[in-house]
Design a binder for this molecule. Structure first.
Ligand code: BGC
Length: 760
């Protein structure tokens, strides 16, 4: 029973009851199982399949033109979950239909994409990843969950955990970049933030790890494209973040749209049964991606909807997001004997267990609380958290002669470029922000006005278009303004909608005539800085030498203008580091730091000899490497120390070095630890991230940064596809970026030697 019904009782009794209602201990697993058993016995086959059916609340007709009368379907018990896209009143009405007017009164789940905040928008996930700050990322998700649950949602289609090595892919903005270790840590933080410690609380919600799996490897970075990936690379690079989410107790995973080695992820038995259920023992449920069960037909993997339903279900996709194909065909498939009803029961069981865990049967309306909706969304504290994470998310890639921060000496500051004040295309808040209000976001012009010193003047100019060519007069005018200014800031990049789903681009240079603007401003020989707003790493090589200072802002969210101004005017120092490589040339893509060596490695970038693993026209190195990022301060690294240079399988290797802030700013540093297994049963990457620490140091302060490594940290998928390691030499590397490390070598002995393994 919902607390609302107790209103007519005395105040004391009311308080007692409401406290008791929410303080009531959640059901334990055994009690839940018993309830689910009992309920399953009462359900008809159609009602069971109804639990596996998720529809959209805003249209009764979807893109595949199915006419579904939503209200009637709910009353028949044929809608297990809804993606609502509407207000609390309507959401409550639909839930009332499910609870009061369907035969068994099973409440529905409401799920949607709250990718980087509900209404208070945090930086795009790729920006959040640049902070390497797990506490703040967790907190951002906590806040997003508080807001989303106050708005009636109880299931979040996030976190997106696709590793991406190709910046042409638009969905790079939704993920944590290229590294499996970093993204795994982020996965854990996000799941903790969204689900909290108890799903039955009214402000926690179920999380969804997506897109399972290897969607980020879409060939050529083209949206929805297929993926070819070896099992080893799949397991080492693409799967670990999902495993981490599973270990954190995530409730749900979502399929990818891609085919993997010819088999669409939605019907991929190897992934869904072998890996997820058999090996990982995942207990949550697997939802398809939007219409992805139907899409088995255009994939060429099913001849019709019935075959699509059969293949997706028997491969292990529990629920159908928006295609209504399960509802149409699973009952028939059971009756005809193609599918065993017990298997339907097994999938329904997973859904019902979560409905119980969330307390939905007792409190089906607990998420439709208007008081919470008014009080808990877009609060001052939430905006402050968004501001702090935004400040930590922007990467200072270049800062020649300390061009930034802008000093008080600069009296006239020109702020120009198409992204100075652009709400329409969500350039500063980014894609996947459907619940935000464009007017909420602080644009750059506002932020600069608020943060500048009193005697500083800011002059604005659009200067050029973000997309397409601009009239000459617009740029001429901007150049004239720049000539009269002491400092120029260019706000450039991509529009919000240029990345995200269907935001793949074959050309990832600055669009329109933004490069021309940089050239014309550079020709004035005045100090200037470029801000790049983008949902992906871009290729900036042709202009980089002309840019004295470059702050890579990604899409900073609601507080964008203020956060950027705080960094540009030096109220705070930038402190972020790249979670994804910025290529030197598009032809280098896919490019990532943890590549394999080759038989002819080019060890010295200056080595021009023929016959090395290299490009003949561009360098091997990226423009900016994974892990790179500057601050306004300076950090000096002391010598790298290890507690032992030879260690056995039971030993713990302790790695440490001192880091000293020798500059003039109090700020944070992010120290990274990489390893390389020098010779193994399969070739190993030249570097693999195995640890990092973000910490604050006041100017003059120093700290001993310590990491520990055990045997498990060295393991990899070996020649027999076992997760293991052999004795041998390992390079341990520590530093401020993947291309700036000190190293020591250590020897693993006494575990498994190559010769004893092979000559027995
Ligand atoms: C996306 C998913 C998303 C779903 C529902 C799909 O197009 O791939 O990431 O959760 O739509 O909005």
């Amino acid at each position: 029973m919902d607390t609302n019904y107790k209103i007519n009782l005395s105040i004391v009794f009311f308080m007692f009851c409401s406290l008791a209602t929410f303080a009531q201990p959640a059901l334990n697993d055994q009690q839940i199982e018993q309830k689910v058993d009992a309920l399953l016995k009462k359900m008809t086959l159609r009602e069971k399949v109804g639990q596996l059916n998720q529809l959209k609340g805003n249209y009764s007709t979807d893109i595949y033109e199915q006419n579904i009368d939503l209200n009637e379907a709910i009353k028949r018990g044929e809608v297990g979950a809804l993606t609502p896209y509407t207000n609390l009143d309507q959401m409550r009405k639909w839930q009332e239909l499910a609870v009061d007017s369907s035969r068994l009164g099973i409440p529905m789940l409401y799920g949607a994409d709250v990718i980087h905040g509900y209404r208070t928008i945090f930086p795009a996930p790729i920006g959040q990843a640049s902070s390497w700050d797990m506490k703040k990322i967790q907190n951002a998700e906590r806040i997003a969950a508080v807001e989303a649950t106050a708005a009636g949602l109880m299931w979040n289609f996030t976190p997106m955990l696709d590793i991406a090595r190709d910046p042409r892919w638009g969905r790079v903005m939704e993920g944590g970049g290229e590294d499996p270790y970093l993204v795994s840590q982020i996965a854990r933080a996000r799941v903790r933030g969204i689900q909290g410690d108890d799903l039955s609380k009214p402000n926690t919600m179920m999380a969804t790890a997506k897109h399972f799996a290897a969607y980020g490897r879409a060939e050529g970075g083209q949206e929805y494209n297929s993926t070819e990936v070896s099992e080893r690379t799949l397991r080492e690079i693409y799967l670990p973040p999902f495993k981490a989410a599973q270990e954190e107790g995530i409730a749900c995973m979502m399929n990818g749209f891609n085919a993997i080695n010819g088999i669409p992820a939605t019907a991929n038995e190897f992934l869904l049964k072998q890996v997820l259920r058999k090996e990982w023992k995942f207990k949550g449920f697997m939802v398809s991606d939007a219409n992805s069960i139907y899409e088995l037909i255009p994939h060429g993997y099913a001849a019709n909807k019935k075959e699509a339903a059969y293949k997706a279900f028997t491969a292990g996709s529990d629920t159908d997001l928006w295609a209504n194909v399960y509802m149409e065909y699973l009952p028939e498939l059971v009756k005809e004997g193609y599918i065993d009803e017990k298997d339907i029961d097994a999938s329904v069981r997973k859904i019902l267990i979560y409905k119980y865990k969330m307390g939905l049967f007792d409190h089906p309306y607990q998420y439709f609380n208007k008081k919470r909706f008014k009080k808990e969304i877009f609060t001052k504290a939430h905006k402050q958290a968004s501001l702090e994470l935004a400040e930590e998310s922007m990467v200072l890639l270049k800062n020649e002669n300390q061009t930034l921060p802008i000093t008080k000496k600069a009296k006239k500051i020109a702020l120009m470029g198409p992204l100075v004040n652009s709400r329409e295309f969500k350039d500063l808040i980014g894609n996947w922000t459907g619940f935000s209000k464009p007017e909420d976001a602080i644009m750059l012009d506002q932020g600069f006005k608020d943060v500048k010193a009193k005697d500083q003047e800011i002059i604005f100019s659009q200067a050029c278009e973000a997309w397409g060519k601009c009239p000459d007069a617009l740029m001429d005018e901007a150049v004239e303004i720049a000539k009269k200014s002491d400092f120029i800031v260019l706000a450039l990049g991509e529009q919000g909608y240029n990345s995200g789903e269907c935001g793949s681009r074959a050309d990832i240079t600055l669009p329109g005539n933004q490069e021309e603007l940089i050239e014309r401003i550079a020709a004035l020989n005045k100090p200037f800085a470029v801000l790049v707003m983008a949902g992906r790493p871009m290729v900036l090589t042709s202009v980089i030498d002309k840019i004295p200072a470059l702050l890579y802002c990604w899409q900073p969210g609601t507080m964008a203008g203020e956060a950027i101004a705080n960094l540009v005017f030096g109220k705070k120092s930038p402190s972020a580091k790249l979670p994804m490589t910025l290529p030197y040339a598009l032809g280098q893509v896919p490019i990532y730091y943890n590549k394999l060596s080759s038989g002819r490695p080019k060890l010295d970038p200056k080595d021009k000899r023929w016959g090395l693993n290299s490009w003949s026209d561009v360098p091997n190195e990226p423009l900016f490497a994974f892990g790179h990022g500057l601050t306004y301060s300076k950090f000096e690294y002391g010598p790298l120390k290890v507690n032992k240079t030879t260690f056995g399988p039971e030993d713990t290797l302790e790695v440490s070095c001192t880091v000293k802030n020798t500059g003039n700013y109090d700020t944070d540093e992010i120290t990274q630890l990489y390893i390389r297994d020098i010779a193994a049963s399969v070739a190993r990457p030249v570097k693999e991230l195995k640890g990092f620490e973000r910490f604050s140091l006041k100017k003059g302060e120093q700290k001993e940064v310590k990491f520990t490594l055990t045997l498990d940290d060295l393991k990899y998928w070996n020649d027999k596809m076992n997760f293991d390691v052999e004795d041998g030499t390992f390079r341990i590397m520590v530093g401020p970026a993947s291309d700036n490390v000190q190293e020591v070598t250590v020897e693993l002995k006494g575990y498994k030697s190559f010769f004893s393994k092979n000559v027995q």
